[in-house]
Ligand binder design. Structure first.
Ligand SMILES: Cc1cc2nc3c(=O)[nH]c(=O)nc-3n(C[C@H](O)[C@H](O)[C@H](O)COP(=O)(O)O)c2cc1C
Length: 437
């Protein structure tokens, strides 16, 4: 089993009342609702993650709502299922300014946005932060996103063709300022040599762009590229563009298989190295295992089925109010997230999970493996998943904010450090440098 030298940890968040656990805003300990209107909440979170030597914070984002269930927004709004969905970019600058090493990855969709603007927004932050920004490239699987923006929703595979073209422009803009281009010669009054700054002239099927790069290359060149599509076409896209693939798999066996398959695909595609894989997980800590299990049970019991189905209908692009919940989820096809559909249909390991089972798991953690127990148990399990799957690390969604993050940093990180598998100090000041090995 190949093994990276160190485990890498990313903290998963959304600028919304919840991350990946429906109704977590209603937990008496959760501070998210206050956090929506407070820079201090996010600054404190950034400092806590840096104290815990996390590689980065990762903002998931769904810029449109879940409108599939009962063909309505009602349950999405009623239960605060990622509604409101505030813009993560507003917080990215604040959190980067509050820290010196912590990376910050932001999700931006290639649907309804322009490549030039995306490069401008992300690379401005990447440049000013000294190379600490990542981009989670998503192609927009939600109907609600397209309806909100008033743009047509392309079919699944075509969305990736569209995104491939999008990326061609981004790379041309990122590579367009040559190393000696900036003169900054105050005496001669010359800022830059135009001969060393490309004019990008792109005319494609979906996009046109004629521009010089809007920003300077950062200390890491361009943002680190994350990608989370796990269908066949999604993985082809990842082979071409991703530095890091972020995936959800329910068990160790599927995690190991995912890493192996991705490695094979990378070799077949002629890549020097496979994308680094990070798996989504949720750690639920308690003073004893029984206490941790009680907390997990309370979280699960709080979730109305309608709220879970509202989110799952949105993500899978089908209206589960019209379907028998005790039928297997498999056998359906979708133009939304095929990767998530496959993963949820196989929660039981035999491909026979029912819609109801899948909704319960999806509502609790969107299918991310929950690791429940004492700090020692959680540290041991993380080590086992990391060693046995061959993954690079984990993207961890907190159960409550920010208590779960603080507890993890104070109680689990020291154990991982003691095992010698997690850094005590940052290796680099850039995100790509810290993620490197
Ligand atoms: C782990 C994971 C995280 C994702 N995060 C987001 C996100 O934050 N925003 C979004 O719009 N889509 C997100 N997606 C959706 C994917 O980017 C992709 O569009 C979708 O899964 C459809 O692609 P696929 O069929 O290739 O899996 C995520 C998917 C996965 C599996």
């Amino acid at each position: 089993m190949t093994m990276t030298k160190r485990m890498h940890l990313i903290s998963f968040n959304m600028h919304s009342p919840i991350n990946h656990s429906v109704m977590s805003w209603a937990d008496p300990e959760d501070e998210r609702l206050e956090g929506l209107a407070s820079f201090d909440h996010w600054k404190h979170l950034a400092r806590t993650l840096e104290r815990g030597r996390f590689d980065a914070m990762f903002f998931a984002d769904t810029p449109g709502g879940f409108d599939r269930y009962k063909d309505s927004f009602d349950d999405y709004v009623r239960y605060g299922v990622c509604w409101p969905c505030h813009d993560p970019m507003a917080l990215a600058g604040v959190m980067l300014a509050e820290t010196k090493h912590l990376g910050l990855a932001v999700t931006l969709s290639t649907s309804g946005t322009y490549p030039y603007m995306t490069v401008r927004r992300l690379s401005t932050l990447d440049y000013i932060s000294g190379g600490r920004v990542g981009w989670n490239i998503v192609s927009g699987h939600l109907r609600g996103e397209h309806r909100a923006l008033g743009v047509p929703q392309l079919e699944h595979d075509e969305r990736y063709d569209h995104a491939d073209e999008y990326m061609e422009i981004c790379h041309a803009l990122w590579n367009g300022v040559k190393p000696g281009a900036i003169k900054a010669d105050k005496q001669r009054g010359i800022y830059a040599d135009p001969a060393q700054v490309d004019v990008v002239a792109f005319a494609g099927q979906h996009f046109n762009c004629r521009a010089v790069p809007p920003t300077l290359p950062s200390a890491q060149g361009r943002p680190v590229l994350f990608q989370a599509g796990s269908s066949g076409r999604g993985q082809q896209f990842a082979m071409k563009h991703a530095d890091v693939v972020f995936a959800i798999q329910p068990r160790l066996k599927e995690m190991a298989n995912f890493v192996k398959k991705l490695g094979e695909a990378a070799a077949a595609a002629g890549r020097d190295a496979a994308p680094k894989v990070v798996f989504g997980v949720q750690c639920i800590l308690g003073g004893t295992e029984a206490e941790a299990r009680r907390i997990q049970a309370e979280m699960t019991e709080r979730i109305p089925l309608d709220a879970a189905l509202s989110r799952m209908s949105g993500t899978l692009g089908m209206d589960f109010s019209k379907m028998d919940l005790d039928q297997p989820l498999s056998g359906n096809d979708t133009q939304a997230s095929r990767g998530m559909l496959q993963m949820l249909a196989n929660l039981t390991g035999d491909g026979n999970s029912t819609i109801r089972d899948a909704a319960k798991v999806f509502g609790a953690s969107t299918g991310m493996t929950q690791i429940v127990g004492t700090p020692e148990q959680v540290a041991d399990r993380l080590e086992e998943l990391w060693r046995e799957s061959g993954c690079h690390g984990f993207n961890m969604t907190p159960a409550t904010n920010i208590r779960s993050v603080e507890d993890f940093v104070d109680q689990v990180v020291p154990l991982l450090q003691k095992k010698g598998i997690f850094r005590r100090e940052y290796e680099s000041t850039t995100l790509s440098g810290n993620l490197a090995n």
